[in-house]
Design a protein around this ligand. Structure first.
Ligand code: UDP
Length: 329
């Protein structure tokens, strides 16, 4: 298919672009490069440099790429920042996404794969998490993603939009060849911070909270390899052939790991310990978040190829060793 990947220069989007090319799709990228990295866009892939709210530019991108489907990764995704700057998050994640949706309507593009998040559930009612749990986000980031999910439902019934929304758990890792990977500024995520601490590039890792009601007292999360995550966006495309599809999938492996498990894994993979200190809880961190991934496995035949924490961490370590300063290296 002709695919326009919006946010295709970002962490997850860039992995999806490579996979889409490998699967034989014709791919173009639209990205404003506010967080994305032009270097991550493969040679030969057209990059439209624009924000997704710019009607004229997005419509031109859709036309020039003859897009049949949009895969949209463009969003601000930092929970803590969203609490500090809720209006900015609303403007980018909701208002600009609406601009993208209007441009798609104007150009007759009726298929969309959308990046949502397990943060739309807020404090989940039960674990592991199924797609039918109540969605009561507890931070502006989750609220912006839920607002778009609701809007997409509306467009599916009123205008025949066919979409799939993937509610991500914790994306992690890097491409197997270490050519692309995670490069956030500032970095707030556990795995890159643990690796940087072990390599002596950052101060000791701060472990946020050891008094959670979990087996070792630290938070449990569901880490899913970025290539497995992005592959699901392509696996779902055949499901969008009928108009008006509204599909929702949790995207995690279903296996929870604690912060201490991550520290141990990074230590094993790098062969050196992760210096760390125990500090109080970070505000807004639920004790445990992990997927019941049976729906995505059953309906899309999706199976994570990276099925252990060490295998995910290994790719992240290789990326950070190859690129000590990320894309600036
Ligand atoms: N975490 C931590 N120290 C850090 C960063 C994260 O202990 O410097 C913990 C955090 O409390 C959470 C887990 O690691 O339990 C994963 O956090 P991350 O920010 O990577 O992803 P989140 O689950 O918040 O989306």
């Amino acid at each position: 298919m002709n695919v326009l990947v919006v946010g295709g220069a970002g962490y997850i989007g860039s992995h999806c672009v490579r996979q889409a090319l490998a699967a034989g799709h014709k791919v173009a990228v639209l990205d404003d490069l506010s967080y994305g990295h032009a270097e991550s866009v493969p040679a030969g892939v057209k990059l439209f440099r624009s924000d997704m709210g710019d009607q004229t530019a997005v419509r031109a991108g859709l036309r020039e790429s003859a897009a049949e489907v949009v895969i949209d990764f463009a969003a601000f995704t930092n929970v803590g920042e969203s609490v500090q700057q809720p209006a900015r998050y609303h403007e980018n994640n909701v208002v600009r996404t609406e601009g993208l949706l209007q441009a798609m309507r104007a150009e007759g593009v009726k298929k969309l794969v959308f990046s949502s998040t397990c943060a739309t559930y807020g404090i989940p009612e039960k674990m592991p998490m199924t797609e039918d749990l109540a969605q009561n986000p507890i931070n502006p980031y989750g609220a912006t993603k839920l607002a778009v999910e609701l809007r997409l439902r509306e467009l599916a019934s009123s205008h025949g939009l066919s979409f799939a929304a993937f509610r991500y758990f914790n994306a992690a890792g890097a491409s197997a060849d270490a050519a692309i990977g995670e490069d956030h500024s500032p970095e707030t995520h556990l795995i890159p911070l643990a690796i940087a601490a072990a390599l002596g590039r950052r101060p000791p890792l701060q472990v946020f909270g050891t008094d959670y009601p979990t087996p070792d007292g630290t938070c449990l999360r569901d880490y899913v390899h970025v290539d497995d995550l992005s592959r699901a966006h392509l696996d779902v495309l055949p499901k969008l052939s009928q108009p008006g599809q509204a599909l929702f999938y949790n995207l995690g492996t279903g296996t929870p790991y604690s912060v201490k498990d991550v520290i141990a894994s990074v230590g094993r993979v790098l062969g050196r310990p992760v210096p760390h200190a125990f500090v109080p809880r970070r505000e807004g961190d639920p004790p445990a978040l992990y997927a019941d991934a049976s729906k995505v496995r059953r309906e899309l035949g999706w199976v994570p190829r990276y099925d252990t924490l060490d295998s995910i961490v290994l790719t992240a370590c290789n990326w950070h060793l190859a690129r000590p300063k990320g894309y600036a290296s």
